[in-house]
Design a binder for this molecule. Structure first.
Ligand code: S3P
Length: 172
């Protein structure tokens, strides 16, 4: 049987890792962050991977890690990177491997939350506001396509939001 993982999807700065850790505690499940897993397998950070291999190289690594984690028998709470939904094959893996929570946020919220960000290659640009707006516009329909639950991420404290999400997941 396909294991029932819990995936968090959504844009950079939505709080997927923070909420994911709380959810993992609530359900007493392991937690994995795909970006961290990519970095530990590569022995390098994401910026380095983008610099050396380009976005395509990073996406290939991301795809492989998602497939590996999704195939594990142990149900796990998995925080994905914001671009995971770009590839059709990733969306198919998410849809068939568990429950998917979309943590949504407005472009303005994301702009504020990523103000001091130095680690995300796609945000190291002059006009961050426009880039974020474009990313939200392109990806929001893709997040919605895979989501079993959609929650606005900025609506309450992370621990409270995780509790609400846990209730909603249990009711699915
Ligand atoms: C990306 C989001 C990042 C990371 C990489 C690319 C994206 O993850 O995977 O910088 O394309 O939106 P977070 O969403 O965890 O910041």
């Amino acid at each position: 049987m396909t294991p029932q993982h819990i995936f968090l999807v959504g844009p950079m700065g939505a709080g997927k890792s923070t909420i994911g850790r709380h959810l993992a505690d609530i359900f007493n499940l392991p937690f994995v962050d795909i970006d961290s897993e990519i970095e530990s397998r590569a022995g390098a950070d994401i910026q380095w991977i983008f610099d050396m291999e380009g976005e395509q190289g990073f996406r290939d690594r991301e795809c492989k890690v998602l497939l590996d984690l999704a195939g594990k028998a142990q149900p796990t709470v998995i925080a994905t990177g914001g671009g995971i939904v770009l590839r059709d094959e990733n969306r198919a893996v998410l849809e068939r491997s568990g429950k998917v929570i979309y943590l949504s946020a407005t472009a303005e919220q994301l702009f504020e939350r990523t103000r001091r960000d130095k680690s995300r290659p796609l945000l190291q640009v002059e006009d961050r506001r426009t880039v974020i707006a474009e990313l939200v516009a392109t990806r929001d329909p893709l997040y919605r396509q895979v989501a079993d639950l959609i929650f606005p991420s900025g609506s309450m404290q992370p621990n409270k939001l995780a509790k609400k999400l846990a209730e909603a997941l249990s009711a699915l």
